[in-house]
Design a protein around this ligand. Structure first.
Ligand code: 9MR
Length: 453
């Protein structure tokens, strides 16, 4: 079949059937988002016995943000909602609204929840940090806080980040309101109180810059070792993984393995990989390599339970607020387009790499008694491109392609295969290419599933 202009007869029919045709196209485009991997990340992760999680903001869990959070991930971490300043802004007055909302959303979507976080030096309520307390009073306040919050969600959470960020970079204990007043054994106490309030939640110590083997991660290792020797309840370590483009810690898998060998689980709890803005195709490609390396390391170690990204879209990331000129750290753009990093995660969990980041959609712009005009659009995400393409589908109701333009199509039985013309094989990063065809139908004209590859 040779490329040609749309015949006059077809154009007239397009005009005549315009309203119905527009509706058909709109429906098809809505029903067939060109941007999601198939299957979703959570299904892929499950095949590797891992969880894929994201930090979320409760108020955003509607529309596209809610759809993606619910369908792509099987674990949620409240980004801020369970922190002490959020749940007890005034002494004795609790606000569980956002935390409850996130837990309810997770239950409705068959997701785990990681509680975050019970003991930290940040995001404590002003009444606590500005108060004057004896060590004994602080101990009681902390015990009450842990007991109240853990009891509220007893049996509902998979895990708690009980203690957050206890170490300095050199592996010494960070001076905080807790270590200064209660000594470093506040960690053992916090874990013991959490276990008493919910015997089923896995209890973690969580920190950043502990992804590779270094002084800080060795301090965490020694802490866990001594807690276990003392019989203090400790189930896992959280490696936050707030990384910088191109600075993947090459000893990550070895580090995960040494904690596993100690007898605790490991979770990547806050993964993001920031870059200097603006993002470019080259940076997004490097970011995908880095994301894949992190997820691969988790997949390689049985006791690594999974990976949580710290916000799944760039519009919900802490990075631009804190690192001037940096951003684009998550797997989705601000407009919810999956980035190469998204497809890299999918690939780590066993997704197919072919044409990843590009997708084809089939629509029927016009249709009349025995004929129709079809259109296929191939779209690539930012950072992904094609230099040639082949699209195929199988008709389910006896349709036949009679003529195509901007592609060379062949039909054998019900199977149609179309390849690019000499002049339109390139689908640019973030761009699209379309081709059209005329066909015949009778009875009905269902939309086939289209494969790009
Ligand atoms: O994502 C959180 C952001 O909205 C808050 O402003 C910030 C305040 O400290 O905390 C962010 O989350 C942090 C997490 O709780 C612990 N590890 C570092 C995260 C990024 O700062």
């Amino acid at each position: 079949m040779t490329p040609s202009r749309t015949p006059l007869r077809t154009r007239l029919r397009t005009l005549l059937t315009g309203a119905a045709a527009t509706a058909t196209t709109a429906t098809l485009l809505l029903a067939a988002p060109a941007t999601a991997a198939d299957p979703p990340l959570r299904d892929l992760a499950t095949t590797k016995a891992k969880v894929i999680g994201t930090a979320v903001t409760g108020s955003k869990l509607t529309a596209t943000y809610g759809d993606l959070a619910g369908t792509q991930f099987n674990s949620l971490t409240p980004g801020n909602a369970m922190k002490w300043e959020s749940v007890e802004p005034t002494r004795g007055t609790y606000n569980w609204t956002e935390a409850d909302q996130i837990v309810a959303f997770a239950q409705a979507h068959n997701q785990q929840v990681r509680g975050h976080t019970l003991v930290w030096h940040n995001q404590n309520p002003a009444w606590l940090t500005n108060g004057t307390w004896t060590p004994a009073q602080l101990g009681t306040l902390l015990q009450d806080h842990i007991t109240t919050e853990v009891t509220r969600y007893k049996g509902k959470l998979a895990a708690w980040d009980v203690v957050n960020e206890p170490f300095n970079e050199d592996g010494t204990y960070r001076p905080t309101i807790w270590s200064d007043n209660l000594g470093t054994d506040y960690i053992a106490k916090a874990l013991t109180w959490a276990r008493a309030a919910d015997p089923t939640a896995k209890l973690y110590v969580n920190d950043y810059n502990v992804e590779g083997v270094n002084a800080k991660s060795t301090a965490l290792y020694n802490l866990v070792k001594s807690l276990k020797e003392r019989g203090i309840p400790i189930d896992g370590v959280g490696l936050q993984a707030h990384l910088i483009l191109g600075q993947y810690p090459s000893s990550l898998q070895q580090n995960i393995q040494r904690f596993a060998d100690l007898g605790v689980d490991v979770a990547i709890t806050e993964l993001d990989i920031r870059m200097q803005l603006p993002s470019t195709d080259a940076k997004l490609t490097q970011q995908a390599v880095d994301y894949k390396a992190v997820v691969d390391a988790c997949v390689a170690v049985t006791r690594c339970v999974g990976v949580t990204v710290w916000g799944f879209t760039d519009s919900d990331s802490w990075v631009p607020d804190v690192f001037d000129g940096y951003g684009a750290a998550t797997p989705y753009t601000e407009n919810f387009t999956p980035k190469p990093a998204y497809y890299a995660i999918a690939q780590s969990f066993g997704g197919t790499p072919s044409a990843e980041g590009c997708a084809a959609t089939y629509s029927v712009p016009s249709q009349w008694n025995t004929g129709f005009t079809g259109q296929v659009t191939i779209t690539c995400s930012p950072g992904r491109s094609l230099s040639s393409w082949k699209v195929s589908w199988t008709y389910g109701a006896g349709q036949r392609v009679t003529q195509a333009w901007n592609a060379t199509c062949a039909q054998a039985g019900a199977s149609v295969t179309c390849v690019n013309a000499s002049y339109n094989g390139t689908v640019p990063s973030g761009g699209s290419v379309s081709f059209g065809f005329n066909g015949t139908w009778s009875g009905n004209n269902p939309v086939p599933t289209v494969t790009l590859g």
